[in-house]
Design a protein around this ligand. Structure first.
Ligand SMILES: O=P(O)(O)OC[C@H]1O[C@H](OP(=O)(O)OP(=O)(O)O)[C@H](O)[C@@H]1O
Ligand SMILES: O=c1cc[nH]c(=O)[nH]1
Ligand SMILES: [Mg+2]
Length: 212
């Protein structure tokens, strides 16, 4: 598994504003969108391409296009939905599949309540979007789901991760070179409720309002 924490002032600035508890939802959504585009630049470095002929007004040259099958982007509902548009703006030919997962805040078990994905992912490069990697339960479940369907490789774009979740992910996929994780920040720890410290609170609630 390859882990990249993007060390860039633009990313650091946007994450800082995102963390601020006084940042309202519309700004939070905008920053989430902008951060994805910055992280996606690195996350898509290994996307498969083919050479194509391009005719410029001056000459014929060789250009680059995404290979087929086209990449699949999978936002993990709810919070991952806030990252979708920023990603598809950069990879407009990507297809989109959905996984709805929620963490039971008492047991921390993961409930998969929605799934809308191609039945066969053989040969597909998959990009998973979820802003928070806390205990790692959600991401481990998602990656397993995608490999079970035949995904060729899985790149996860997360905004903030906890060391505890990263360690669980390493234990599950550490020697799998088909898993790639791109982060904006690796934070200090989890608190007693398994929230990331300092984190930004509940990403889904901050994007869309308190769920229950
Ligand atoms: O690493 P974990 O401990 O599994 O926690 C991370 C998950 O928690 C959040 O989702 P949540 O369950 O709050 O659902 P939501 O997006 O609907 O708010 C977050 O978006 C991740 O999916
Ligand atoms: O800090 C956390 C942990 C899990 N889910 C969130 O949205 N935030
Ligand atoms: Mg939530």
């Amino acid at each position: 598994m390859r882990v990249q924490v993007i060390d860039h002032p633009l990313v650091a600035h946007k994450v800082s504003v995102l963390r601020d508890k006084n940042t309202p939802s519309p700004v939070f959504r905008q920053l989430t969108d902008e951060l994805v585009t910055l992280l996606a630049y690195e996350a898509t470095r290994e996307v498969k391409t083919v050479q194509v002929e391009v005719e410029t007004p001056v000459a014929v040259t060789i250009g680059t296009a995404f290979a087929k099958p086209t990449p699949l982007v999978v936002p993990i509902l709810r919070a991952g939905l806030g990252m979708l548009e920023g990603m598809t703006r950069l990879v407009p030919t990507a297809e989109v599949g959905f996984l709805g997962m929620a963490r039971n805040e008492e047991t921390l078990d993961i409930i998969t309540y929605a799934e809308r994905l191609p039945a066969d992912l053989t040969g597909r490069q998959v990009f998973v979007l979820d802003p928070m990697l806390a205990t790692g339960g959600t991401l481990i479940e998602s990656i397993k789901f995608l490999f079970d369907r035949g995904a060729e490789d899985v790149t996860c774009i997360c905004l903030i991760a906890a060391p505890e979740g990263l360690a669980r992910l390493e234990a599950a996929y550490g020697d799998n070179d088909k898993v790639h994780l791109v982060l904006a920040s690796l934070d200090e720890r989890l608190d007693e409720n398994a929230y990331i410290v300092p984190g930004l609170g509940d990403a889904g609630d901050r994007l869309y309002g308190v769920a229950h």
